[in-house]
Write a protein that binds this ligand. Structure first.
Ligand code: LLP
Length: 390
């Protein structure tokens, strides 16, 4: 068993998830899925996704470079992000990426200038803020007018005209993203309505586009990872199949992150101490918010298991805390767990998305290692380090 804490990725579950995703797309659906790479950088995970022919959505120069290194074809990359640097734009233009998702009018000018200077044409989609509420956590909602993301709905035609005037740009589509961890697929129906109305206006103004990118956001069941290890892709795609009025030849792009990789990752950690407080009992782990920040940052819920639990032990409430010198370094409050002892192994579940990628070295802690295997985590099965970010 390697040193804890570490991440473990179940590649068999990842493949099952990809099977379900691909089976939910019918042969005549003009749907293309891009993996939102920001969710998980693990090389084994990324290669498994690449081998299924998915493209990828990236948001920084580093992500573009890493995806190319991992063998994703450049023309299947879309590059989003509110603040693209000039160096990142140049790199993406030179690589010949599929498209930029452009977030504001100034960025449109800059991409045109940089592409012209490189003697190239850049394909651009415009990110439009649809004003649709994803009913998700306020820190991960993006589609409301007061967010920093995207071009205002009413400026769409102006932005499309500008993209046509600028010399080194090819306008290819519109991009939307309403937010993340959306559990009720029907919340995407209002997005389809906005897109349909907008598409009528765009057409009336004499413009065409080859695709609509509806972003990502499909959620996972953090409370019951074993009951729902694979998200309901059928219902998700059905909303768009029914809701969008596509023009002949148009395709729909999806940028899914969490729903593809979320359930396949687990943070494995050891109990350092059991502290009997006056009012409470604490299980103090060797993993902290430096390893998984979602609970401290968003108040997220992650299922926690004691992998060392002995049969017949009583279940008692524990505050499960990390070692970092901050009172917010707590993974759960009053969580019922079988009686816990020093040295027990814990699994923090559903940590495949926005887990390792958001880890930090605060308190001079090392980043957690990453391992992968086929099937659920078993201590004896993990020995070989997976390739970390090389
Ligand atoms: N497309 C765009 C433009 C995005 O901003 C995002 C996520 C995605 C696609 C992928 O969304 P997904 O399918 O994974 O929901 N760190 C937060 C989540 C931040 C999501 C950021 N954008 C968390 O741990 O919950």
């Amino acid at each position: 068993m390697p040193q804890t804490p570490f991440y473990y990725y179940d590649l068999a579950l990842l493949r099952r998830t990809l099977d379900a995703l691909q089976a939910a797309i019918r042969p005549d659906d003009p749907f293309r899925v891009h993996y939102a790479f920001k969710a998980c950088y693990n090389a084994d995970v990324a290669r498994t996704i690449r081998d299924r022919g998915l493209g990828a959505d990236c948001v920084s120069e580093g992500e573009v470079a890493r995806l190319l290194e991992l063998g994703f074809p450049a023309d299947r990359l879309v590059f989003a992000g509110v603040g693209k640097t000039d160096a990142a734009i140049d790199r993406a233009v030179q690589a010949g990426i599929g498209a930029f998702n452009v977030e504001n009018l100034q960025e449109l000018e800059v991409i045109s200038q940089r592409a012209a200077a490189l003697g190239q044409t850049a394909r651009v989609a415009l990110r439009i803020n649809p004003g649709v509420d994803a009913h998700t956590h306020e820190k991960i909602t993006t589609g409301l007018p007061e967010n920093k993301f995207g071009i205002a709905l009413e400026d769409t035609l102006t932005a499309i005209s500008r993209a046509h005037q600028l010399p080194a740009l090819q306008f290819v589509g519109l991009h939307f993203h309403i937010g993340s961890q959306v559990l009720d697929a029907s919340l995407f129906a209002p997005l389809c309505d906005v897109i349909n109305r907008l598409q009528d206006d765009v057409e009336a103004a004499g413009f065409t586009m080859s695709y609509i990118n509806v972003g990502g956001g499909l959620g996972i069941d953090y409370e019951h990872p074993d009951e729902h290890p694979v998200p309901d892709f059928e219902s998700y795609f059905a909303v768009f199949r029914q809701g969008l009025r596509l023009r002949p030849g148009q395709t729909v792009h999806f940028e899914l992150g969490r729903s593809i990789v979320g359930q396949c990752g687990t943070l494995i950690t050891r109990v350092l101490f059991v502290k009997e407080g006056k009012e409470k009992r604490f299980a103090i782990l060797d993993a902290g918010f430096t390893d998984l920040v979602r609970v401290a940052m968003y108040g997220a819920y992650h299922a926690i298991e004691n992998l060392s639990a002995r049969p017949g032990e009583p279940v008692e409430p524990y505050d499960v805390a990390g070692p970092v010198c901050e009172s917010s370094d707590v993974f759960a409050v009053d969580r019922p767990l079988p009686r816990t002892r020093r040295g027990d192994l814990f699994a923090i579940r559903s940590a495949g998305a926005y887990g390792h990628v958001m880890a930090s070295t605060y308190n001079y802690r090392p980043l957690p290692a990453e391992y992968s295997g086929d099937g659920p985590f078993k201590p004896e099965a993990v020995s070989v380090p997976a390739q970390k970010r090389q």
